[in-house]
Design a protein around this ligand. Structure first.
Ligand code: UD1
Ligand code: CA
Length: 535
């Protein structure tokens, strides 16, 4: 290229009032991503719980440039819809046909007002690149008063990458693509990351000069470096130690590798901040999660979305929390929960399923094989065993016995059940919504409750027990049960006839271990209406 001035006058970066002073960041996102073999755009695949594209846009945005431009093409409807959701401040430009990285930047600049200052170019599929690295790149570019500065890395296997060609004094001369490189050039292990900062004038002049005279017949952005050099500009290289930050995702193997590395970094950050992670290899924490000090994560824990865990809580093993708020010193064991709030000092699991709208107060308990949905439990309220608690408002200190079902759905509508403070719902009861169990009341075990229970009442709703004497001997003669009954009766008679015969509880037939004498049994049975396991 000819006629390019050595170096355009540039504003002093130290005098920038705000942001980095970068005019634009162009994020290339038009490519096909064939090797993902996916109907979904590669850029929408996730690491650390967020799309690849979201990391690129976040890194770009931290520079506070005047424009963040994403060049879209392949599956652009998906990409544009996603961007509208996560980053409405970005501009998208469409590259209809992918004719190379240089062409992509040409398309982007054509849609922007004339730019002065610096233009940063990055890729949408490099999720570990962060804003600090981009800021370092821009800083180095300014210190060197360069026309263009490229982010480079030393890698053990440079196959496929563009190689950085340096002259004897170490200045960058050009970048040659793997497919265009000769054998000597292929031995170079310093690679082009594809991330650069250009002076806008250098970029415009270089792009105007691009020719597709290469192995792929594309317009190579990398050729801008060679032309900048020929025009007498300084071409800088910022070599980064952390190679992961230059690594792109082309297939699902790289996706999982980068996901694992990102997760490792996230966990290290939390461990430095005072979180115990017993097994980092089986613990997955999204970038969006927040953890307090002295949180313990046991093996097999996955914390996703907007989950937060307060100090002292213990999560896991084998627990997945999605958008869950966990209070201080709570324990959550072998549990799957989403969109739920778990109060401080509350214990959940093992084997609990908390569905959206679950709000557990302080010091309560959700035990084993309990499912909750849209359920609010007051402080100290407990549902310890085998229950479904759906569309429920449960007061402080209430006890939901084993096997209680909140029947919230009549096939058409869902309705709410209320259980008052310190009320006691006996085991295996069905509360048929809508129904209100008032404060300080009881429901007898095995009841089906269809109408409200008032303050201080006991509700019993079940068949009365009837014992048919001698039934086993008549209807099950000859069975082991009948023989056991016969033997027990015989033993009872023998004991009764023995003079001063004493017996231990172990020797007594089972029927005689019941404390009350026979005439009282009926009455006792009637009074004993609650029952079942209690927490
Ligand atoms: C490019 C670089 C190479 C560098 C490598 C790093 C060029 C000519 N080569 O090679 O030196 O080592 O990246 O990964 O730039 N894209 C578009 N539109 C296009 C073409 C590409 O948006 O027309 C986007 C792709 O979606 C992708 C990125 O640009 O995100 C890189 O394109 P790709 O074709 O993968 O470039 P490489 O051949 O890997
Ligand atoms: Ca690539």
């Amino acid at each position: 290229m000819t006629g390019q001035p050595d170096q355009p006058p540039e504003p002093d970066p130290l005098e920038d009032p705000g942001g980095s002073g970068v005019a634009a960041v162009v994020v290339l996102a038009a490519g096909e991503g064939k090797r993902m073999r996916s109907a979904r755009s590669k850029l929408l695949h996730e690491v650390g719980g967020h799309s690849l594209l979201s990391y690129a846009v976040t890194a770009a945005t931290t520079l506070q440039p005047e424009h963040v431009v994403v060049v879209v093409g392949h599956l652009r409807d998906q990409v544009e819809a996603h961007l509208a959701e996560i980053a409405p401040h970005v501009t998208t430009v469409v590259q209809e046909e992918q004719r190379g990285t240089g062409h992509a930047v040409q398309v982007a600049l054509a849609q922007l007002p004339h730019l002065r200052g610096e233009v940063v170019v990055t890729y949408a599929d490099v999720p570990l690149l962060n804003g600090d690295t981009l800021a370092d790149l821009v800083r180095e570019h300014r210190e060197q008063r360069a026309a263009v500065t490229v982010l480079t890395a030393q890698v053990s296997d440079p196959t496929g990458y563009g190689r950085v060609l340096r002259d004897r004094s170490g200045h960058v001369e050009a970048i040659v693509e793997h497919r265009d490189a000769d054998a000597d050039q292929r031995n170079i292990t310093e690679i082009n990351s594809g991330i650069y900062v250009f002076q806008a004038e250098t970029l415009e002049a270089g792009l105007a000069d691009l020719r597709p005279d290469n192995a792929q017949g594309e317009l190579y952005l990398t050729d801008v470096l060679g032309s900048a050099r020929r025009a007498g500009g300084v071409v800088g290289a910022h070599l980064i130690e952390d190679v992961w930050q230059t690594e792109g995702v082309n297939d699902r193997i790289q996706l999982s590798r980068l996901n694992a590395e990102l997760n490792r970094r996230i966990l290290e950050g939390w461990m430095r901040a005072g979180v115990t992670v017993v097994d980092p290899g089986s613990t997955w924490v999204h970038t969006s999660v927040d953890l307090g000090t002295d949180v313990t994560l046991l093996p097999g824990t996955a914390l996703e979305g907007a989950t937060s865990v307060a100090s002292g809580a213990v999560i896991g093993p084998d627990t997945t929390l999605v958008d869950v708020e966990v209070g201080e010193n709570a324990t959550v064991t072998r549990t799957h929960a989403s969109l739920a709030v778990i109060g401080p000092d509350t214990s959940v699991g093992p084997f609990a399923y908390l569905r959206p709208g679950t709000r557990l107060g302080a010091g309560g308990k959700i035990g084993t094989f309990v499912e909750t949905k849209n359920a609010e439990l007051g402080a100290g309220a407990k549902a310890p065993h085998l229950s479904y608690v759906g569309d429920a408002v449960i007061g402080d200190g209430a006890n939901i016995g084993a096997g209680v079902i909140f029947a919230n759905y009549d096939g058409v509508h869902k309705s709410t059940t209320r259980v008052g403070a310190f009320s006691f719902v006996g085991s295996n009861s069905v509360l048929t919504a809508p129904v209100v169990i008032a404060d300080g009341s009881y429901v007898a075990a095995g009841s089906t409750i269809t109408s409200d229970v008032q303050i201080g009442e006991l509700a019993v709703s079940r068949g009365r027990q009837r014992n048919v004497s001698g039934w086993v001997a008549r209807k099950r003669a000859g069975t082991k049960t009948a023989r056991a009954a016969e033997a027990a009766l015989h033993q009872r008679e023998t004991v009764a006839q023995a003079p001063g015969g004493e017996q231990t509880a172990e020797q007594a037939p089972l029927q005689q271990q019941q404390a009350a004498p026979a005439p009282l049994e009926d009455q006792r049975r009637q009074d004993r209406t609650d029952g079942g396991p209690q927490a």
